[in-house]
Design a protein around this ligand. Structure first.
Ligand SMILES: Nc1ncnc2c1ncn2[C@@H]1O[C@H](COP(=O)(O)OP(=O)(O)OP(=O)(O)O)[C@@H](O)[C@H]1O
Length: 335
């Protein structure tokens, strides 16, 4: 991509052809394009003063805004094409300093569950992956990407956002409504049909949670479960990160099977820390953590997959009962 200053010297027709997403700049700033044969710079400098005054800008400000927009889009474009083949966890040590003798490679498309008693270190392992630990966290683990040490700046880089994290606690601080939040996120991902995407995400989030919310619900009034449901759907439909980390999704009171189906539908590495047997068996492998260390890695057996079918049937009964009780209805023992 040319630098964003020389882009303003392109005629608008070429700009839109080469960088279709640049249309968004004109849309979000309410700029009508009458003549696509003008350069961007000429177009902006010919805008009537009163028009710009309404926006609280002058021509130089708008040009700066154009440069910043194109430069941000370039960054996101690079992020978008960012993909990996695998990650490797090189063992560190447990809480008792016991060495973890492990080298675990996880490839795209794999679902790995993390099990272990409360406080054993499941979230810590997720944090090591999120942080791309380089022997510099309490566990002294090291994370490799495609077999190599990732460049240091990836750890702090917004562009190389390797990991989408759905953590146990999720609070929104932004004072906007659900629809605007999703729209902003979709725009930053250069999605054209933001309205369709927004509808799709809200539909799926409502499938996962109980009490419905809509476009106009303020983010700050969502319950814990609704926020989680929204973030699951948002991650499933908008995140381009190749690794998804999920911490104890079962505690959110949302439909966890459906949530997982949404999240693992794509070619990603998914790691799930869980206390829930049903989720624990959904992965192709599970990491067992004890006293801060990886004790073993177990491949889910075909017997266990059969158990999973039974567990799912039992779970469906529980979900039905839960819905009945939530609705204030009575259970009867013939159900
Ligand atoms: N190898 C380790 N060395 C030192 N501290 C560790 C190690 N592993 C985990 N810890 C620490 O132990 C504490 C509990 O770990 P963590 O929160 O990951 O447990 P958890 O299994 O996720 O618990 P829960 O199931 O209750 O969510 C944290 O403070 C974490 O930093």
């Amino acid at each position: 991509m040319k630098d964003s200053v020389s882009l303003e010297n392109l005629i608008i027709e070429d700009l839109l052809r080469i960088y279709p997403y640049s249309m968004e700049f004109f849309n979000i700033n309410g700029l009508p394009i009458d003549d696509v044969n003008n350069t961007v710079k000429d177009y902006i400098t010919s805008l009537p003063y009163v028009f710009l005054e309404d926006m609280g800008l002058n021509q130089e400000d708008l040009l700066k805004r154009f440069r910043a927009f194109m430069s941000r889009m370039k960054d996101i474009g690079e992020e978008r094409t960012f993909s990996i083949r695998d990650i490797t966890i090189l063992g560190g040590r447990g809480k008792n300093e016991k060495l973890e003798e492990i080298e675990l490679k996880i490839s795209m498309g794999e679902i790995i569950c993390i099990v272990g008693p409360t406080g054993s270190g499941k979230s810590r392992l997720l944090a090591d992956i999120e942080w791309m630990a380089q022997r510099d966290t309490p566990t002294k683990r090291q994370i490799l990407i495609d077999g190599s040490v990732p460049p240091r700046d990836w750890r702090f880089s917004v562009e190389h956002r390797l990991v989408a994290q759905l953590s146990q606690n999720m609070n929104f601080v932004m004072d906007i409504c659900v629809g605007d939040f999703i729209k902003l996120h979709a725009q930053s991902r250069m999605i054209d049909d933001t309205e369709d995407k927004t509808r799709e995400i809200i539909f799926h989030a409502n499938e996962l949670s109980g009490e419905r919310f809509d476009l106009n619900t303020p983010l700050t009034s969502l319950s814990g479960g609704q926020s989680r449901a929204l973030m699951v759907a948002d991650t499933a439909f908008l995140s381009t990160s190749p690794i998804v980390l999920i911490d104890e999704i079962e505690n959110a009171g949302i439909h966890r099977n459906k949530a997982l189906e949404l999240l693992v539908g794509q070619n990603k590495i998914v790691l799930i820390a869980t206390h829930d047997p049903l989720l624990a068996l959904m992965g192709n492998k599970r990491i067992v953590i004890k006293n801060g260390g990886i004790q073993k890695v177990i491949e889910t057996t075909s017997d266990e997959k059969r158990c999973l079918i039974r567990l799912t049937e039992i779970d469906n009964v529980l979900i039905r009962y839960r819905e009945i009780l939530r609705n204030g209805d009575l259970l009867d023992d013939n159900m």
